[in-house]
Design a protein around this ligand. Sequence first.
Ligand code: ADP
Ligand code: ZN
Length: 520
Amino acid sequence: MTLKKNLSQYFGYDTFKEGQEKIITAAVNGQDVLGIMPTGGGKSLCYQLPALQLPGITLVISPLISLMKDQVDALGEMGIPSTFLNSSLDDATYQQRLEKIRANQYKLLYIAPERLCAPAFVELVRTLSVSMVAVDEAHCISQWGHDFRPHYREIPAFIGNISPRPVVAAYTATATKKVIQEIRELLALQDPVESIIGFDRPNLLYQVVKTGDKLGYIKNTITQTFPEQSGIIYCATRKTVESVTAKLKGLGFLAGAYHGGMSPEDREQNQQDFINDHLHIMVATNAFGMGINKPDVRFIIHYNMPQNMEAYYQEAGRGGRDGESSHCTILYSPADIVKQKQLIQLNQTSPERETLLFENLQYLVDYCHTNDCLRKSILNYFGEVADFDRCGNCGNCLDQSEMVDITLDAQKILSCIYRMKNRFGLNMVIAVLRGSKNKKVLELGFDQLSTYGILQEQSAESLREIIMTLVAKGYIVVTADEYPVLKLTPAASGILKGDETVFHKKHLLNIKAAKTKTSG
Ligand code: ADP
Ligand code: ZN
């Protein structure tokens, strides 16, 4: 019963959250553990409480330097002695801490992964009695995840130097099977006791909004639905962060920026102002948020489409941590796909990884075009089977707009792709369907195809919308390349033979989207 006693005495909680007790008990009993819980699920307690129970010190490896101090301060207030070592400390402080570590004065020691390969640190650890090594944000070890940190790969060797082998505990909010398997293998977890708890966040209302006037949308939403409330607007680049912040300020909103190009002081200041409600809106790149624990964030708007579902889930998950409703909105425009592809290419990774990144991006594009339940689509991505077909609380489930039968258009589009031999990208297919006199179309003789100009009455935006929907429904695949090509899948024959029908939201057809970049 000492677990429960310490839970209330030190942490002030009467009960465990879902999944906590199982892994805390296992860790205290000396078993390796793997905790997979969504953001806000209560992972910190899963190593802090065992650390308190175990006889020696617990090392917590975390990439979040900014968070270490907060955690250590919070633990201090609870009466649990802990500290951190990272590059932000001056020499005298560093030495002082080492002394106290040597004198066994701490129950927890937080370290950044970079520390693991510092020989002096490795020597120090050898002299300590280490009960547990807790690896926070364990997905950083996987290069398939969204946040690879090469230093995480040094963790197993580091643990190998500690004798006797401590309990190894890993925690992440990432639940894709591939990443989890990599965590188990690369951290060499021994028969870990695992808690995988649900990724469903019923209080989050997911939606996708297609608009050419993103700023107008933001302005209206904030004024009408969330006046004076807290929200985060994520943008793909620093430049966009700057310009959106300036425009929102110009409109009189209390908005601040956060991105990696700002000085640490300015960033810290804005973060504090946001947490203390001096700023209502934080406009940020993905540099903002890992570990931010502001409970009352009422809206998370993605000004640009995120790069993958894991990143999106994490970022959207920063809304509604208090359990109250929060709106998670992607402002979709086709130009964002182009932008994200450029960002992926700028990364210059291996061709294999690039393909993976393109595939991940495509899942999000599909998400933005599906008519199915968005919550279900997210859960499916994480390998969870939803116990509902429509959640009743997402943009698609709430959408009462008229659906129109687009089967005939779909047949025309699919047969056009077939006649173009599955070898061309979105813009070429659209050009042929609309009967473009584009030089390349004529050179390739596509004006001779029976499908040339067959949908000339449709706007390019409408056709793009329909084609992407056919991709989301699995009738077409987009290859994961620099110059993606549309190809029919076997499922397409159902439409072509007239055995299947497709419907689409009427209000999204014949849309005149804002300027969309065309490429490829
Ligand atoms: P994560 O690291 O998984 O995102 P945290 O460890 O920051 O989540 O915990 C999220 C919130 O849940 C924190 O406010 C924390 O105080 C609270 N919490 C954790 N465990 C419990 C518990 N057993 N009972 C009540 N609240 C808890
Ligand atoms: Zn739904």
